[in-house]
Design a protein around this ligand. Structure first.
Ligand SMILES: Nc1ncnc2c1ncn2[C@@H]1O[C@H](COP(=O)(O)OP(=O)(O)OP(=O)(O)O)[C@@H](O)[C@H]1O
Ligand SMILES: [Mg+2]
Length: 421
């Protein structure tokens, strides 16, 4: 498996509900079709299908069945598998470590560490490996921050200590998605995503994101637990992983799918016709065990994003999870205020109503029925949340350690005038 044209193949492992070890679930095969388009094939193992507690990796696209599934979307990688692969940051670390600019899709899946979002693992052997048991510890945060900085600066490690430094870089290698520098850290009997600030950030993103998570909690949204750790004069945001649960035997894992996968959408901004909260609400209602509660929660999240001008609310920033058999909307994460120049018209990343992506109260209300909300109920959610955001954003930001200067930098993000035009 060396040439780019050769078929690529791997086994897919899963940690089933209630368990802490992998079992082999399926085989994945990626090759170019006759026209050269990458085509993925996926088939569940026959032993897996006979397991009493077998679960599907994707309740809509990969139902438990003997058939061979085929896809040409997402470069031939099924959404459920792509969601378990590293993204911009994790790929950059692997490339740096391997000394190669770009690897094949399957190399990223195989070379990334076993800390990926969700319950899956990948490997070349039919027998699964033992799950990862050793994680970075909080005490190592300063070293992790240093490694992340080195990758951002693209520095070559100084001669003489090269090998050691290169191994260090992998400490911040993670299969978790997202573009920002991060590492997975064990702390207080749980796993956390440590999100590092970048030297070129316009404001203290760790503190600001922490404040947004706190503001969302105050707006009664379901939100990931989080805290800020100070490392020297730098701050690191720690977000508790909702897809892991420690037991005496090891970590349990929840299956996890991004809304990019639920929407069957491509992940480029050029091809975003299916990026829509309204469509997402429909898909979510088909899958979740609590359609009414989760559709309303998604509505509240969309409203919150409009109220804080979070235009980075792309489909990988929403997910569904299943710790047991049933699927639910995941807690909110990655909430970022983005003050923009226009005070009349701002767009979210996903469509939210009849007027497209417009972050405007009337637009948010226009499709409330699809979120299983009556017009009055939806209007009340919007006005209650608007009141909390106006009244509380500043105090919460200050309480979470956002400086006066940074508050001034982000002030224009909250309830911009166009929200009520
Ligand atoms: N609390 C959590 N528990 C489990 N998985 C999470 C959690 N928070 C985030 N994730 C997963 O990790 C990925 C990266 O996290 P996050 O979105 O916070 O990073 P980011 O680098 O800021 O992303 P972006 O590229 O959108 O700016 C998410 O897309 C999601 O799959
Ligand atoms: Mg993100």
């Amino acid at each position: 498996m060396t040439s780019k044209d050769e078929a690529q193949e791997c086994f897919v492992y899963i940690i089933l509900p209630g368990e802490t070890n992998f079992v082999t679930a399926a085989k994945f095969h990626l090759a170019a079709d006759r026209r050269g388009a990458p085509t993925g094939k996926f088939v569940y193992g026959s032993t897996y299908l006979t397991r009493e507690n077998a679960v599907s990796l994707d309740p809509l696209e990969l139902k438990l069945s003997k058939k061979t599934y085929t896809t040409r979307q997402l470069k031939g990688v099924f959404g459920a598998l792509r969601d378990a692969s590293p993204d911009y940051w994790g790929r950059r670390v692997i490339e740096k470590h391997a000394g190669l600019p770009q690897l094949r899709e399957i190399d990223y899946m195989l070379q990334s560490p076993d800390d990926r979002a969700g319950a899956l693992g990948f490997g070349l052997n039919v027998e699964p490996p033992a799950p990862r048991r050793k994680f970075n510890q909080t005490i190592e945060l300063a070293r992790l921050q240093e490694s992340a900085d080195a990758i951002i600066a693209d520095e070559e490690p100084p001669k003489g200590v090269k090998a050691e430094q290169i191994d260090d870089l992998m400490l911040v290698g993670t299969s978790m998605g997202g573009a920002r520098p991060k590492a997975v850290v064990e702390d207080d009997g749980s796993l956390w995503i440590a999100k590092f600030n970048r030297p070129d950030d316009k404001w203290n993103i760790a503190r600001v994101e922490q404040a947004m998570l706190a503001l969302a909690r105050e707006c009664a949204l379901k939100v990931s637990e989080s805290k800020v750790a100070a490392v020297g004069d730098r701050d690191v945001l720690m977000v508790k992983r909702f897809d892991r649960e420690k037991t005496k035997r090891g970590y349990r894992r929840a299956r996890m799918l991004s809304s990019l996968t639920l929407l069957r959408a491509e992940d480029t901004h050029q091809d975003r016709s299916r990026w829509s909260y309204v469509l997402l609400a429909e898909e979510l209602r088909r899958i979740t065990s609590q359609p009414k509660a989760d559709a309303a929660e998604l509505f509240r999240r969309m409203v919150f994003n409009a109220l804080i001008s979070n235009s980075d609310d792309h489909p990988r920033n929403h997910a569904i999870i299943a710790m047991e058999r049933d699927w639910r909307l995941s807690p909110a994460y990655d909430l970022t205020p983005l003050p923009q120049i226009s005070i009349e018209h701002r767009d979210l990343a996903l469509e939210c109503g009849d007027m497209g992506r417009y972050a405007n109260a009337g637009n948010l209300l226009s499709q409330s029925a699809r979120f299983l909300l009556g017009p009055k109920e939806a209007e009340k959610i919007i006005s209650d949340m608007e009141r909390v955001v106006v009244k509380r954003w500043y105090d919460i930001a200050r309480k979470e350690g956002v400086s006066e200067k940074d508050c001034a930098n982000i002030a224009g993000a909250f309830v911009y005038p166009g929200f009520r035009l």
